[in-house]
Design a binder for this molecule. Structure first.
Ligand SMILES: Cc1ncc(COP(=O)(O)O)c(C=O)c1O
Length: 461
């Protein structure tokens, strides 16, 4: 309900004069008494004002702007439970259509079928894709009559979900550290870490820290050569959390998906560049034989049997329905238009940030190389840190995270902007204005003691 609709309702002016609004909202003990719905609503609504403005959160990869039709569909789907295929067969059908469309988008040989499912996001998708790799490796060792050793997984610098996966499943994580001048995996670094207990290699299409694509094709070719030399057949899972919904539209010539026979599974986040509201991801396997049978639970569906692969049981269906809406609404054409606008804005920001003086752009959002984002570092010592700069921008509501890179490059501090749907050219120009003002502020009021990473606030994704 909008404020204007609110104000015509008779009891409106009593809300803040009422007895229950004369005390702070309960925060610890379970409330004893009830409140009128409108009063409780205003109390919660007002508290939410203290959250940041999500549109100015340039740290997140996730969607913060949605069309009115998405808001309507989300409302209409409030009661839809993804697990309840019998009660909501059309929602189940819509999920299956999305899987088939993604199998088409990512060039699966299983087309027109698709093997996979929706998840709550890439983290759950990664967990399922990772479990698939582990099970396939175990089955292979068993078939060869070998007692499996301790499994290991080879990755570049990955998002925390892969640390969770390897820790939860007791897998040795062979994470290729960044080096000065090399911030992503290379085929040589991958090969030097592979052995018979490697369950898989995970290149990331859009590394979280620098936003660059890792070289999936070159890694696949190196693993082909390794197999020819040694017989070791090591599969690839691509973490395409961001790139899965970018590369097919903006870099169609980039070969990273099921066109490479070694790529056995892919995850992506619908709620990132898939443009769906928060709470949906996807995992797809190349073909039926790549999905281990024991990851599948069969649930009853209209008297038939339907596949369920998930860590959760109940899960909201609205995000999946909205993903389908986006596929229908945008198609290749619409996704290409929206993401191209984001890349254009990223280039504009990169050029202007480079011109400000103290900064050197590390990555500027090139379509073949990564996601629409800008990442920069300090050129020398301008008398303030990037944490100070981030803190100053925060005064105007912008969240532009500064963070140090992972081990071996931790002395390198970078700052990053994710340019996603809704980060318009106009907003970018306003941000640049605030950046110039922040630099002028530091000139007028030099920083006496620069802020460190420990002192800086903010969630860095
Ligand atoms: C490369 C990568 N993988 C996985 C994830 C986790 O995705 P989600 O937030 O959809 O669970 C992220 C999130 O930023 C990411 O960047």
């Amino acid at each position: 309900m909008s404020k204007s609709e609110h104000s015509v309702l008779p009891s409106d002016d009593e809300i803040y004069g009422s007895a229950d609004m004369g005390r702070a909202a309960e925060a610890d003990a379970f409330p004893q008494s009830e409140r009128p719905a409108r009063h409780a609503y205003e109390a919660v609504h007002d508290e939410l004002m203290l959250d940041g403005n999500s549109r100015q959160n340039l740290a997140t990869f996730c969607q913060t702007w949605e069309e009115p039709e998405i808001h309507r569909l989300m409302d209409e789907c409030l009661d839809k439970n993804m697990i309840d295929k019998d009660e909501y067969p059309q929602t189940a059908e819509i999920e299956a259509r999305c899987v088939r469309m993604l199998a088409d988008l990512w060039n699966s040989p299983a087309r027109p079928d698709g093997v996979g499912c929706s998840t709550t996001g890439s983290s759950e998708a990664v967990m399922l894709g990772g479990m698939g790799m582990k099970r396939r490796w175990e089955a292979k060792a068993k078939a060869a009559g070998k007692a499996p050793g301790r499994p290991n997984l080879v990755t570049g610098p990955v998002q925390v979900c892969w640390h969770k996966f390897t820790r939860y499943w007791d897998i040795e994580h062979r994470e290729i550290p960044m080096e000065n001048g090399r911030l992503i995996m290379t085929p040589e670094e991958v090969l030097s870490r592979c052995d018979e207990n490697t369950i898989g290699v995970v290149p990331t299409l859009g590394v979280t820290f620098t936003c660059q694509y890792e070289p999936v094709k070159a890694v696949a070719e190196a693993l082909d050569a390794l197999q020819a030399r040694t017989g070791l057949d090591i599969p690839i899972h691509v973490d395409a959390a961001s790139g899965g919904f970018l590369a097919p539209f903006c870099a169609p010539g980039l070969v990273w998906d099921f066109r490479l026979p070694r790529v056995k599974s892919i995850n992506s986040s619908g709620h990132k560049f898939g443009l769906a509201p928060l709470g949906v991801g996807w995992v797809l396997w190349r073909e039926q034989k790549d999905l281990p049978e024991d990851l599948i639970f069969w649930v009853n569906y209209l008297g038939g049997n339907m596949r369920d692969i998930a860590l959760n049981f109940s899960r909201p269906g609205g995000q999946v329905v909205c993903q389908y809406y986006n596929f229908l609404r945008l198609g290749h054409e619409g996704y290409r238009k929206i993401h191209t606008a984001c890349y254009d804005t990223a280039h504009y920001l990169a050029a202007e940030i480079g011109r400000l003086g103290p900064f050197e752009v590390v990555y500027g959002g090139r379509m073949e190389e990564g996601i629409p984002a800008v990442c920069w570092k300090l050129k020398g010592d301008p008398g303030f840190s990037l944490y100070d700069f981030a803190d100053r921008l925060r005064c105007r509501g912008w969240q532009v995270p500064a963070y140090s890179l992972p081990p071996r490059c931790e002395t390198l501090v970078v700052q990053r902007i994710l340019v996603r749907h809704g980060v318009s050219r106009d907003l970018a120009s306003l941000l640049l204005k605030d950046m110039r003002q922040a630099l002028e502020h530091f000139q007028r009021h030099p920083v006496a003691s620069a802020m460190t990473g420990q002192e800086a606030s903010g969630f860095r994704h």
